[in-house]
Design a protein around this ligand. Structure first.
Ligand code: AMP
Length: 421
C-alpha cells in the first residue's frame, strides 16, 4: 500500500511511525510533514489545508489511502473531495466533522442521542448571552462554537470573567467567525480522560484511554496549550468504565450520525469528565488527538494500515484489534514562551541519543541548510517511552528527555506523576 498522511505535527509523525511497521506498506508520503516524517516518508510541499493540492498529490503518487490528521481540512471537506475523486480517505465527511467544528451541533446531537453531557445553552446574541450568564452561579464554561485551535473554552469564575470571554468572542471576534455563536456550559468536576475509537460508521473499536496535560506549567498552572504531555492507561479509568463510555457515548453518537445520513468513518474522540457519580462528555473531536496519538499508538499491536483501510471500506472488526498491557508516557518539549510568542529556527541537538525503543516524535521541526534539525514552532518534539508500569515508563522518558536540547527548551516535569504517587 501507498499511503499519504496529511498534516505536519507529532500526531502525523506517530501515524507514519506506526504505518512504517506494517508489512503491507510499500511507500509513505506526508503533506507537508516535518523533519521527523522525512525519515519515514517523502515529504510533499503541499499544505494540510490545500484540498486541490492533496488531491493532485494523492493522484500523482498513486496512493491507495489518504489519512487526514488535523481537524481543519476535515471540517473543510477534504475527505468528501477525495472520495468524490475515487481516492479512499480516512476521516469523516464535512457534514460529520461538524461534531468538532460546531459545539452547538455536538450538543444537539448529544441531546438527540441521549448522551450524557454538561447542561448547555447556545447564543448568537451578545446581549442575550450576557443576560443569561448574569443569573448563573459560577464557575461556568464559555465556549466559542467553532474551531479555535484548542483555545476556545474559557472557565469563568465570576460574572466579570464570563462577560469578558463573551465580549472577546462575540464582539472583539478574537476567534473570527468561530465566536459568532457561543455555548455556555455547566462546569463539570472530576477527572478528564480521552477515549478515542476507530469507526467504519457502524462498528466502533475503542482504543486504549489516555490522559493529556493541557496547562503549560507543572501543577496545572499557566495557560492552556495544545497539550504538554500524555500517558496511557489512566489508573482511575478501568476497562469497565471504558465499556460504559463506549456503550453510552461512542456507539450512540456513531449510530446517531448514521441515522441522519452523515458518513462517519475515521476516529471519533470523546473528551470525558469522570466523577464518582457519572461519565459525561466535555467535547467530541473527529480525528486522532495530539498528543494522545503519540502514547496510544505505541500500545497498538495490530497493523494500523489494516485498521485504517477497514474503516474506509466498512469492514472494521473491533475484536481483531490487539493492545499491549504496557504503559506509555509522553513528554512534550516546547519553545520558551509557548503558548504565547516564541523563537523559531533554533538548532536541536541530541536527536540521535534516545534509546532504541524510545520514540522521538517531531511536532514542529524543519531541516536547516547545514543538514541539522531546527525548531519551527511551539511544541517541538514529544519523547515517548513504554514500560511495565507508568513509573517505569516515566523514568525512562525523563532519562531520554535529558539527552535532547535546544535553546529555551521547556517541558513539564510532572507528566503521569499522579499515577505514581
Ligand atoms: P474543550 O475545548 O471543549 O475540550 O475544552 C477545553 C478544556 O476546558 C477541557 O479539556 C476541560 O479541561 C475544560 N472544560 C471544557 N468544558 C468543561 C466543562 N463543561 N466543565 C469543566 N471543564 C471544562
Amino acid at each position: 500500500m501507498r499511503i499519504l498522511v496529511v498534516g505536519n505535527g507529532g500526531r502525523e509523525h506517530a501515524l507514519l511511525w506506526k504505518l512504517a511497521q506494517s508489512s503491507r506498506v510499500e511507500e509513505l508520503f506526508a503533506a507537508p510533514g516535518n523533519a521527523g516524517t522525512a525519515r519515514l516518508a517523502e515529504n510533499l510541499s503541499v499544505a494540510a489545508t490545500d484540498i486541490d493540492g492533496v488531491l493532485k498529490a494523492a493522484t500523482t503518487t498513486k496512493c491507495d489511502l489518504v489519512v487526514v490528521g488535523p481537524e481543519v481540512p476535515l471540517a473543510m471537506g477534504m475527505v468528501d473531495s477525495l472520495s468524490a475523486a475515487g481516492i479512499p480517505a480516512f476521516g469523516p465527511s464535512r457534514a460529520a466533522a461538524r461534531l468538532e467544528a460546531s459545539k452547538a451541533f455536538a450538543h444537539e446531537m448529544m441531546s438527540k442521542c441521549n448522551i450524557p453531557a454538561a447542561g448547555s445553552r447556545t447564543f448568537s446574541s451578545f446581549v442575550e448571552a450576557r443576560k443569561y450568564v448574569a443569573q448563573l452561579r459560577f464557575p461556568i464554561v464559555v465556549k466559542a462554537d467553532g474551531l479555535a485551535a484548542g483555545k476556545g473554552a474559557i472557565v469563568a469564575e465570576s460574572f466579570d470573567e464570563a462577560e469578558t470571554a463573551l465580549r472577546d468572542m462575540m464582539e472583539r471576534r478574537i476567534f473570527g467567525e468561530a465566536g459568532d455563536r457561543v455555548v455556555i456550559e455547566e462546569f463539570l468536576e472530576g477527572k478528564e480522560v480521552s477515549l478515542l475509537a476507530f469507526t467504519d460508521g457502524i462498528n466502533v473499536a475503542p482504543m486504549v484511554p489516555a490522559c493529556d496535560y493541557k496547562r503549560v506549567f507543572d501543577n496545572d498552572e499557566g495557560p492552556n496549550t495544545g497539550g504538554m504531555g500524555c500517558y496511557s492507561p489512566p489508573g482511575f479509568f478501568d476497562s469497565a468504565m471504558a465499556r460504559q463510555a463506549t456503550d453510552a457515548v461512542l456507539l450512540p453518537i456513531v449510530r446517531g450520525m448514521a441515522d441522519e445520513g452523515w458518513d462517519y468513518r475515521g476516529v471519533i474522540y470523546a473528551g470525558l469528565m469522570v466523577s464518582d457519580r457519572d461519565i459525561r462528555v466535555l467535547e467530541f473531536n473527529v480525528r486522532f488527538g495530539d498528543p494522545e496519538t503519540q502514547v496510544i499508538l505505541p500500545r497498538l499491536e495490530s497493523d494500523l494500515a489494516d485498521i485504517l483501510l477497514s474503516c474506509v471500506e466498512g469492514t472494521l472488526d473491533p475484536a481483531a484489534i490487539r493492545w499491549t498491557d504496557r504503559c506509555s508516557v509522553g513528554v512534550v518539549l516546547a519553545s520558551e514562551g509557548y503558548p504565547g510568542s516564541y523563537r523559531k529556527g533554533l538548532p536541536i541537538s541530541g536527536l540521535d541519543r534516545n534509546d532504541a525503543d524510545v520514540a522521538l516524535f517531531h511536532a514542529a521541526t524543519a531541516l536547516s541548510d547545514n543538514g541539522g534539525t531546527m525548531t519551527s514552532g511551539g511544541r517541538v518534539l514529544a519523547v515517548v517511552a513504554t514500560g511495565n508500569s507508568i513509573s517505569d515508563a516515566r523514568d525512562r522518558v525523563y532519562d531520554n528527555v535529558a539527552r535532547v536540547s535546544f535553546p529555551g527548551m521547556m517541558y513539564r516535569t510532572d507528566i503521569a506523576l499522579r499515577e505514581v504517587r
